[in-house]
Design a protein around this ligand. Sequence first.
Ligand SMILES: Nc1nc2c(c(=O)[nH]1)N[C@H]1C(S)=C(S)[C@@H](COP(=O)(O)O)O[C@H]1N2
Ligand SMILES: [Mo]
Length: 299
Amino acid sequence: MKGAVVGSAALLAAQTSAADTSKLVSFPSYTSAENSGWPLQVPDVLTPFDDVTNYNNFYEFGMDKSDPARYASAMTLDPWSIRVSSDSGKTSDVQFEDLLRAMDIEERIYRLRCVEAWSMVIPWLGFPLAELIRWLSPEGSFQFVQFQTRYVRAEMRGTRSFSSVIDWPYQEALRMDEAMNPLSFIAVGLYGKSLLAQNGAPLRLVVPWKYGFKSIKSIASIHFTNRLPETSWQSIAPHEYGFYANVNPEVDHPRWSQRFERRLPSSLFSPNRIPTQMFNGYGEYVADLYKNLDLRRYY
Ligand SMILES: Nc1nc2c(c(=O)[nH]1)N[C@H]1C(S)=C(S)[C@@H](COP(=O)(O)O)O[C@H]1N2
Ligand SMILES: [Mo]
């Protein structure tokens, strides 16, 4: 951020409590969505902070939507390093603070559409994934980038549960051209403040035209590869969750329709049900990536 994010150690230390949001640290400066010159306007109403931080999927901490807000604060966030490697064999460790210092922080307001048919609109803070990849400058050219979430069994009660279905660590991946698309984003904050653990502190992926499970949280490793990577949900249930997982109202999940979504805040009496858009409304920016795919098959 070249000066504007000072004292990121203090910032990280402040993230450790999930419940006490008064301890969250504001980003001293960043380019607001309004001033970024970014052409994307999301006319949707923002989802309130309380919904964004209390209704979560983070199976490492349990399967209930309220589990992450309750238990994710057990995760050690400081120090945080990211292991960066590639098929060509070179491995290095990057400190989160160094990475943060190198990036310009901007705000992006994106829709997040979960495969379970609920959605939110979140004002993220962060930087384009393309900027991170350029900064890491992997030697060689690679077709895919793969991510893994931190995995420490002792800190993650969901991974110790008998009902845990995932082969930890949680993994996700993008094709390199998807990763370099200007929409692909690494979030380090939301609503002007550092991320809470339940939202994937200290850094997580946000891929707004894909179902939410692609947006992997609390990234601890990045691997550049030419082999199609294994991804967590696809390997558990390949007939239900694809590698691409592009939001598509025309292709039903085997167990439910994807035509509509519940936009949070949503309740039994006021479900706030709205139609789902192709590519979550971002087709103008990403449809070209898939012109050679049968979108009915690669849902
Ligand atoms: N490591 C990890 N990342 C994850 C998940 C998870 O269980 N573990 N859940 C995914 C799913 S299904 C969704 S919808 C989003 C939810 O992000 P949010 O809780 O910040 O809204 O995170 C994604 N990233
Ligand atoms: Mo999801």
